[in-house]
Structures are given as C-alpha cells and as structure tokens.
Design a protein around this ligand. Structure first.
Ligand code: B12
Length: 212
C-alpha cells in the first residue's frame, strides 16, 4: 500500500481529522480533488470496510472514517462551475441506503464538470418513481452501497419502463463494483465505477448545449 494511503487510513482510524486534512492539503499540491477521491478515499474506505468485516475495526471507526471523509470532501470538491449543461435532464438519488458519500461525490463532480442535475437525496422506490415521472427526466443516476439496495433498482426499472422511453437509468456504488454483471441483472442502462465515469456517461448521453 502506498505510504499516503497508509497514513490516511491511520488518521481515519484514530479519528484524527486534522491529520487527515493535512494529508489532503499535501496531496492537492500535485493532484486534483477527484484524484484524491479515486486514488485515496475510495481505496482507504474499502480497506476499512473489509477490516470491519474481518473484525479488525469497530463500526464506530467505520462511521468516523466516513464522517471525516465527508467533511474533507465538502471542502475539497468544488460545487460551482460557470457554465452548466442543462441536457440531458438529470437527477441523482441515493436509493434506500444511508451510505451517502458516493452520491455526494458524484453530485459534486458532475456539478464541477458543468452539469446541472437535481439532488433527490435519499429516497425509497415509490418516491423515486414518482419524482422521475413528474420531472420527466432523461437520466436518473442511482447510487447504492448495500446489495439489498442495489436489488431494489430492479423494481425501479420495472415500474418506470412502461412510462418513459427516453429515460436512461445509470447505477453506481460498491455492489456494482464488486459484481460486474449486477447492473445488467437489475436492468439498468449503464453503470459507472467512479465519479469520473458518471461524467463520461452524462457526456455521451448529452444532446444539448451549455446554456447558462
Ligand atoms: C463508510 C461506511 C459506512 C458509514 C456510512 C457513512 C456515510 N455517510 O456514507 C456508516 C458507518 C454509517 C455505515 C453503516 C452501515 N454499513 Co457501511 N460501509 C461503509 C464503507 C466502509 C465505505 C463506504 C463509502 O463511503 N465508500 C466511499 C465511497 C466514495 O465509495 P462509493 O459509494 O462506492 O462511491 C464511488 C463509486 O462507487 C462511484 N459511485 C457511487 N455511486 C454512484 C452512482 C453513479 C450513477 C455512478 C456513475 C457512480 C457512482 O463514485 C464514487 C466515487 O468514486 C463500506 C465498505 C465498502 N467497501 O464500500 C461499508 C459497507 C457498504 N457497509 C456495510 C454495512 C453492512 C453497513 C451497515 C448495515 C452496518 C450495520 N451493521 O449497521 C450500516 C447500514 C447503513 C444503511 N442502512 O444504509 C457493508 C454492505 C454489505 C452488503 N453486502 O451490502 C459494507 C460493504 C461493508 C462490508 N464490507 O461489509 N457504513
């Protein structure tokens, strides 16, 4: 494991937010915030999650690690970009899950990349289907971290399919990273494994111009 990942992990496990923050600042001298997310945060939290599963760490350490990463990324990821792409008409949601960090990151990265999208927050199937239909979305991005939540996408697809021909359902989150066929099994149109994948997918589905 590279030294920085090791140091970052130790800072998180000992709830040392100041130490973790100093590592972020040092990293940003030579890298982008998105690289920090993808090279350091996701790897470290994955590792802490496996450690918890093996009984090496307490749930409180997992919890504090998530909270510290959230605070750091609120500071590091820009939410603004001068111009916004209003097409495709898009929203992002966390489906039936309390693991909010992935959605938060994808939302910030999409905004920083110039896309306009609505944040539905945490929703259950019923509310998601209603909002997507009402807003006449062209793309819904769904983030999950629990396998049980990933399987709920099936129900979302089943209920939305007869209603909108133009809708694309894009999924992402750990269960899809771990099982590379799962997105097809739940009937999604596309999957992303990183926040930058979300940008590429949105660009490939885009038909309009920046208009703000
Ligand atoms: C931090 C964490 C928590 C924190 C969450 C804090 C928060 N505000 O998010 C807390 C402590 C609250 C928590 C609680 C629980 N957790 Co937890 N947690 C984790 C952990 C360690 C890291 C998750 C994380 O934030 N990763 C970092 C983010 C940035 O990664 P990400 O979500 O994958 O997102 C990236 C990509 O996937 C992608 N992406 C994400 N979404 C989308 C969407 C689209 C459209 C696209 C294109 C891309 C994309 O972009 C992101 C950036 O690159 C994982 C371990 C793991 N391997 O994932 C376990 C894990 C997810 N948790 C697990 C469990 C079991 C739980 C609990 C049930 C524990 C318990 N017994 O209470 C609860 C349940 C909460 C609930 N009901 O939802 C299990 C799930 C197992 C399973 N099979 O489903 C895991 C996998 C741990 C494990 N190895 O067992 N957890």
């Amino acid at each position: 494991m590279p030294e920085i990942v090791d140091n970052f992990k130790n800072a998180l496990l000992s709830s040392d937010e100041e130490g973790a923050s100093a590592i972020l600042d040092q990293y940003l001298l030579k890298h982008t915030p998105l690289q920090f997310v993808e090279e350091i945060v996701v790897k470290t939290l994955d590792d802490i999650g496996s450690g918890w599963e093996n009984g090496d760490y307490a749930l409180s350490q997992v919890y504090m690690s998530g909270r510290i990463c959230e605070a750091l990324l609120d500071r590091a990821l820009p939410d603004q970009s001068g111009q916004r792409w209003h097409k495709p008409k898009m929203a992002i949601a966390l489906l039936s899950d309390y693991h909010s960090l992935g959605k938060k990151i994808v939302y910030s990265v999409m905004r920083a990349g110039g896309f306009q999208l609505v944040d539905y927050g945490r929703v259950e199937v019923e509310e998601l289907v209603a909002r997507v239909t009402e807003d006449r979305l062209e793309v819904i991005m769904i983030s999950v971290l629990m396998l049980s939540s990933a399987l709920q996408v099936k129900e979302v697809v089943r209920r939305l399919s007869p209603r909108s021909d133009n809708l694309k359902i894009v999924v992402g989150g750990a269960p899809f990273r771990l099982d590379r066929q799962l997105w097809q099994e739940v009937g999604a149109d596309a999957v992303g494994y990183t926040a930058s994948d979300a940008l590429h997918i949105a660009s490939s589905l885009q038909g309009g111009k920046a208009d703000e």
